[in-house]
Every structure is written in C-alpha cells, then in structure tokens.
Design a protein around this ligand. Sequence first.
Ligand code: C5P
Length: 225
Amino acid sequence: FQRGSLSGKHVLINAGPTREALDPVRYISNHSSGKMGFALAEAAVEAGARVTLVAGPVNLPTPARVARVDVVSAQDMLAACEAALPADLFIASAAVADYRPANCAEQKLKKTPGSDDGMTLTLVRNPDILATLAAHPQRPWTVGFAAETHDLMTYAADKLQRKNLDLIIANDVSQSGIGFNSEDNAVTLIDRALNSSVLPRASKTKLAREIIARIADLMATTNKH
Ligand code: C5P
C-alpha cells in the first residue's frame, strides 16, 4: 500500500463545540475552536480522501473540497454523523456537551419578580456520539480524542477500551499553549495493542498531517473491529 494514503476512502470528522439550548436566546456550550478537526479534515483531503466534516458552531472557513454539515446540538451532531455513514474512518474531535437542559423553554426564561433566589437547572445526559458510531452496524475505523488534566495515559487507555475505539489521541490540557482553543497541540497516540507514540508540540496543521498519515498506515495494517 501507499504510505499515508487515504485514497478512495470516505472520512467522517466531527469538530467544534455543541450548543445546548435553554430557551430561544440562551445555551450551554464550551470554548472548543474546532481548529484540530478542521486541520484533520484538510489533511485527510490532502491524503486523497473524500471528507465529510460535521461542525458545531465555529468561526472557521471550510477547507477546500470538504463537504461540511453545520449542526448546533449534540443530538443534531449525532444524527448528522449517522446520516453520513457509511464511512471508512470516523474521527471524533468535537467537544460534545455531556449534558443538555432537560427542557428547552419555548419563551425566554424570566427572573422571578420580587425574588433574589437562585434558580436550579435540570440537565440530562447527551448521547455519546463516538461510542454510538463505534457500536454501529456500519462501524467505521474509529478514532477518539481524550483531553485530560492528569493521569493522561490511564484515562485515555480506559476510554479506548470502554468506547471500543481503534485509536485514541490523548492531549494533556493542563499544559498551557496547547490543546483547547490554541494554535499548537501535542498528543500521544494509543492503539488497541496499547502501543503509544508521542507527537511533540507542533502547529495543528503539521500535527494533523502526521496524525492522518499514522492513521492511514494503521488502517492498512490492522483489521476493523
Ligand atoms: O469521555 P470523553 O468526553 O472524555 O471522551 C472524549 C471523546 O468522546 C472525544 O473524541 C469526543 O468527541 C467524544 N464524545 C462524544 N460524545 C459525547 C462526549 C464525548 O462523541 N457526548
């Protein structure tokens, strides 16, 4: 096979945050920029793949030759990812909100008149998009991300096994200047045999090319699970 090539493959990538509505004007979300996922989409196109990029609300231009599907909530993101199957490879780089408000008010929530009391929000669990696709009848070769502040390797390896992934990309978000919302990243790749490989700090563009090349080679040498 050709090293690093994804020629003829359909690659599905999700990226960015999700937004979980509280009412027509408010939501719960996070600071994910979507940069890593967009860089991976660009690198996958360079490697010869047909790429579908399911993006939460981000401020990034669509890379050339990438089919982009914009979504807002985790539930929408899951539906868009499932609709994009079959895919040979799925890379879950999105920062999916783990919980959403139990109810989305139809009208703007109001302060209780004459009261200084706080308010309590009830949240319910969102679906795990990565675990859902990894358990899908049309399961792609599946890659997840693990952003951790401590015990990176232990948690990442646990996530790989629990979510039934082929590869997990671990990044230490306690280091400043890398990861969430920054230009650079540094990651450790862990495969199913628990072999790990460190990719030192680099721009997300450079790192994405290296990650895609490693994935292409792993896909060519390992079977789907
Ligand atoms: O369990 P944790 O959220 O740390 O796992 C991170 C990985 O799981 C990321 O690849 C993320 O995209 C994915 N994920 C998901 N759906 C969720 C939560 C996380 O796909 N609801």
